[in-house]
Write a protein that binds this ligand. Structure first.
Ligand code: ACM
Length: 687
């Protein structure tokens, strides 16, 4: 455990890098330069050598062979980041002269990046020279990120450790899905997300472009799709092409999703003939599973889909097109006599069978337009052709069942960012666990996984804090060897990674303070920090039920306290870590006891905190939280004193404190405490 880590969530501006620098600057600190490994994801193989390569004026970069524009642009982009990070001007090596960093790439890679693109790279750094070698531009792009993450700093300047790295991803498909149907995200948000993805070596942006609540991509053939189904919030085709190019420049594929036959209300607002029930339809404002579903019995549906998919295929060059296929409740099909007669005539029994028919007709249309099909679990029905890829949102078992039947698949169950689980929970989810029971051939069909950012409760302002930094832990699970599993080490590196992501322009850290200032109507929010640092949003189910009960829609504001708070804030892991270290031997850890005392005192019922919370109607909802925190501060100080003195608490003390913790467990203002397991452990230790 790092003593001092607790400062990080007490609102101090001390960073891990500053603490490391301070440690080195102390008299008597080791003068041996020690490489601190903060790589995220961890590489496949890393060997630490002797010495270091200074990153200092005169550092130059060159290519040993020809290279294309994509690589040139990527290198220039990353060198500017290196300069911003170090303040050191980097030079292009003079023609024929030896460079400090040589980039050696065999060729550009695939014209349209595919699942099997070679992303491997090697990085050999000695005190004299660094060599980055890759088979493709994409491998070089991955290696450049590693190089930037390797930079070390101390009082003597910036340097690269002498290392030898051989790297390649464990899984070929490492994606992030963003649902822009329920809440739209502007191009600027998508592009900064792509920057973050590249930083952690993710390679698929899955763009969930259509859903009941919005149709978000321009169709020139069917203009009423966005004209009536988007509230004016959609991407033009030029913008979509821009995003595709932006992603390609970073070695990221873009897989568009057009979720059909269900989740299609927004299509039917402008084109009601697509539906299986009479219209009119209006854009869905609520959340859940709805009845509108395409009519597979009308030829006009197939003509529409043929033309629409052909149009989209021109915009999105990726080999795959995602057709959704999830959560069709079959209601409209059951109530439509013509569809029921059609089903009877074709021996289709039930919704799943009709949907299988739907997919059988859809598949040749995708094939005709050069696309392979990918869909959610529900597409996996008997007779589904084996080249359809299945994305599992229901669990590993359904992924494994698909793999056994010959289907390739990717895992998303366990990677739902909207569930508000901690990074550690996602990190434990392995698309191919050691005990999978799959043969090597079946295992090879598990292509990887995707984090999913469903957007019921996500806005452009809050999306970064929902995606980052937890997604970096998922990215590591998908890139690094299976044996990289230490959660403590993951959190140690995630704290640094979070800062690197912020330096790229992501707002997952800054958003909290900005939103709290907006809620409080004052820049003086320091008094709120000790409370806000130990609160996080409630889980998905709790928020969903609350939203349903309160009639929340896509039009409801998303600037309540819960939206300001990031999931899995540093306090969750760091306070738990601090407490468990302390509890291993309370007498022997005076410095940790002192840190805990300082923390507990910061939880006291500060009158300024209470006053500030009271002046804002939205913040006032959290007043009970401030009271509970104060009670826990008192409880904590008492527990420390009982433990250090060996004095027994009065009868009933423990039961009373545990009752307070039980009360604090209940949701208030859609928030929950991060500190309860540690507080419970502390109270239980008092005997
Ligand atoms: C899904 O979560 N319905 C794919």
């Amino acid at each position: 455990m790092r003593v001092g880590a607790w400062r990080w969530w007490m609102g101090s501006t001390v960073t891990a890098a500053m603490m490391a620098a301070a440690a080195l600057a102390q008299p008597g600190a080791t003068t041996q330069l020690e490489f601190v490994n903060t790589l995220m994801p961890q590489p496949a193989q890393l060997t630490i050598g002797e010495g270091w390569l200074p990153v200092a004026p005169g550092f130059s970069v060159g290519f040993d062979r020809t290279h294309d524009e994509r690589l040139e642009t990527a290198v220039q982009r990353d060198l500017r980041r290196l300069e911003n990070q170090t303040g050191v001007m980097i030079q292009d090596a003079a023609p024929g002269a030896a460079a400090t960093l040589t980039i050696s790439v065999d060729g550009p890679g695939e014209a349209v990046q595919g699942v099997d693109e070679d992303e491997s790279c090697t990085l050999d750094i000695t005190p004299q020279h660094a060599l980055l070698h890759a088979a493709t531009d994409v491998g070089a792009i991955r290696g450049l990120e590693t190089l930037l993450q390797l930079i070390q700093a101390d009082t003597r300047g910036f340097w690269l450790p002498a290392v030898s790295i051989q790297d390649a991803p464990r899984f070929r498909w490492r994606g992030l899905m963003i649902d822009v149907g329920r809440h739209f995200e502007p191009v600027s948000v998508i592009e900064r997300t792509l920057d973050g993805m590249a930083e952690v070596k993710m390679n698929v942006f899955h763009w969930h472009l259509t859903d009941d609540q919005g149709f978000r991509i321009e169709s020139k053939l069917y203009p009423r799709l966005t004209g009536m189904g988007s509230d004016g919030q959609y991407y033009t085709q030029d913008q979509a092409r821009e995003v595709v190019a932006y992603a390609r420049a970073r070695g990221i594929r873009v897989v568009p999703e057009f979720d059909i036959p269900g989740h299609t209300t927004s299509w039917m607002v402008g084109y009601p003939d697509l539906a299986s029930a009479p219209g009119p339809f209006s854009i869905e404002r609520r959340f859940g599973v709805f009845d509108p579903v395409m009519d597979p019995t009308r030829e006009s549906t197939w003509e529409f889909l043929d033309k629409f998919i052909g149009e989209m295929a021109e915009i999105f060059p990726d080999a795959f097109m995602h057709i959704g296929g999830d959560e069709n409740n079959g209601v409209e099909w059951q109530h439509n006599a013509k569809i029921q007669a059609f089903a009877a005539a074709h021996d289709l029994h039930g919704t799943a069978a009709i949907q299988a028919y739907f997919n059988q007709r859809l598949l040749p249309i995708l094939t005709k337009h050069g696309k392979k099909m990918i869909g959610w679990d529900e597409v996996l029905t008997p007779d589904l052709p084996k080249d359809v890829v299945v994305q599992s949102w229901r669990g590993f078992d359904s992924l494994a069942a698909g793999a056994k039947q010959g289907y390739s698949g990717i895992l998303s169950a366990g990677y739902y960012l909207d569930h508000m689980d901690p990074a550690s929970a996602h990190y434990r989810v392995d698309p191919l666990p050691a005990n999978s029971g799959l043969t090597p051939e079946q295992a090879s069909r598990i292509l990887g996984g995707e984090a999913c950012m469903w957007s019921e409760s996500v806005s452009p302002r809050t999306i970064d804090s929902r995606i980052w930094p937890r997604t970096a832990a998922i990215a590591e699970r998908l890139w690094s060897p299976r044996t990289v599993t230490s959660e403590d080490d993951m959190y140690r590196r995630l704290a640094v990674e979070s800062l690197r992501l912020e330096a790229l322009g992501l707002t997952h850290i800054s958003q909290e303070s900005a939103s709290l200032r907006a809620l409080a109507g004052t820049p003086d929010i320091d008094t709120l920090r000790p409370l806000m640092a130990v609160l996080e949003p409630v889980d998905f189910d709790t928020r969903s039920k609350w939203s349903q009960h309160h009639g929340v829609t896509t039009l409801s504001p998303l600037d309540n306290l819960v939206d300001a708070l990031p999931p899995d804030p540093p306090s969750q892991h760091d306070f738990g870590d601090l407490m468990s270290t302390y509890l291993q031997d309370p007498i022997d850890h005076p410095e940790i006891e002192a840190a805990l005392q300082e923390t507990f005192r910061s939880w006291s019922a500060d009158p300024r905190r209470m006053e500030l919370l009271s002046t804002s109607p939205q913040l006032a909802e959290a007043l009970p939280r401030a009271q509970q925190l104060a009670e826990m501060g008192t409880m904590g100080l008492e527990a420390l004193s009982y433990l250090s003195s060996g004095v027994q608490p009065p009868p009933g003390w423990k039961a009373q404190k545990l009752a307070i913790l039980d009360e604090a467990q209940k949701p208030v203002a859609l928030t929950r405490f991060t500190i309860l397991p540690a507080m419970r452990a502390l109270v239980n230790e008092v005997r």
